[in-house]
Design a protein around this ligand. Structure first.
Ligand code: ZN
Length: 328
């Protein structure tokens, strides 16, 4: 059943990819909702990105990109840490490199999010940990035990992403091997968790991205269930958005004006894509754009973040790129 649903979604997506303007017109969408800023980031200023898997923007419009330097995803994940810098800090306006850090800390970088105090939170799917840093890379807090996989209040199993609410609550989507969301206090104390494996309300099959909005809703990119699930900050299920236009959501973020942006990465290994989908608060599609490259580079959209000025940033784990889009 799942296979069939995915097949038809993929077929729909493939047809849309080749007939983009037609699909947009059919859906009543503006055809030129976004523009790709091809001058961003400035090139040749830093070592190339490795597999770029996490992105977040702080209130000062600094863009933090989490990448794997020369390491590539493989099983088993190597236990030695990556020796190169894995976090690049870019100026949101011009794309210049402001800083880099994160060497010797991570085995397999994954998610990156910025909290309301401009602290940087990352997940490492190699060590099963979540870390909190200052913007310049000073370690403040670690959740989870290095190299110890589990599903209790002190352990994760390949945690994927982090989100925050205005009251200091911290939400971890966990993850590739667990099927839950875990909520912590601002100081990292376990509060509660929700979710089991499955495709029913409140169940997950690879919770891969998470975000909150100003209305107190928690959005989970339930990747392998091809849906966004919406919860209260208490973990109460509110609704699901499971429609072809949601695609295979890898990452989710909410703009300052309350629009929900989803990055659809497709299905590995044959149906990958990097497609931005813009939804309103009801889950209705209001815009979409494919981020493709002229040289037919394989793509895999992996995370998305919205800047304070409304700019959209997307990281690609196969093309090893970060792209900036501006709403027209
Ligand atoms: Zn991932």
């Amino acid at each position: 059943m799942n296979f069939l649903a995915n097949f038809w979604d993929n077929l729909f997506s493939a047809i849309c990819a080749s007939l983009m303007s037609v699909c947009a017109a059919d859906a009543g969408l503006p055809e030129h909702l976004f523009s790709i800023d091809r001058s961003w980031p400035e090139s040749e200023q830093h070592a190339p990105f490795g597999q770029a898997t996490g992105v977040g923007v702080d209130s000062l419009n600094r863009v933090f990109v989490f990448h794997r330097a020369g390491r590539e995803w493989r099983k088993p994940v190597p236990t030695e840490t990556i020796s190169a810098d894995t976090v690049y800090v870019l100026d949101g306006d011009r794309g210049t490199l402001l800083d880099s850090w994160g060497s010797g800390l991570f085995t397999m970088p994954h998610g990156l999010s910025v909290d309301t105090d401009n602290n940087i939170w990352v997940t490492d799917v190699g060590s099963h940990q979540v870390h909190k840093f200052t913007p310049d890379g000073k370690l403040l807090l670690t959740l989870g035990q290095s190299g110890e996989q589990g599903s209790d209040e002190f352990h994760f199993a390949q945690p994927t992403d982090v989100a925050f609410d205005d009251d200091g609550g911290v939400y971890v989507s966990d993850g590739y091997l667990n099927t839950r969301v875990v909520k912590f206090s601002k100081d990292g104390n376990f509060l509660f968790q929700w979710g089991t494996g499955g495709d029913g309300p409140g169940q997950f099959d690879l919770p891969h991205g998470i975000a909150t909005d100003k209305l107190g809703r928690v959005y989970v990119a339930d990747r392998s269930n091809s849906r966004i699930q919406v919860f209260s900050i208490d973990g109460e299920f509110m609704e699901e958005w499971k429609r072809p236009h949601v695609g295979r959501p890898y990452g989710v973020d909410v703009s300052p004006s309350g629009d929900v942006f989803v990055i659809d990465g497709g299905d590995q290994p044959f149906w990958t894509k990097t497609r931005v989908r813009k939804l309103d608060g009801e889950g209705t599609l209001t815009g979409l754009v494919d981020l493709v490259f002229d040289d037919a580079t394989p793509v895999l959209g992996h995370d998305i973040a919205i800047g304070p000025d409304g700019a959209i940033y997307v990281v690609d784990a196969w093309a090893n790129k970060v792209q900036k889009l501006l709403p027209n």
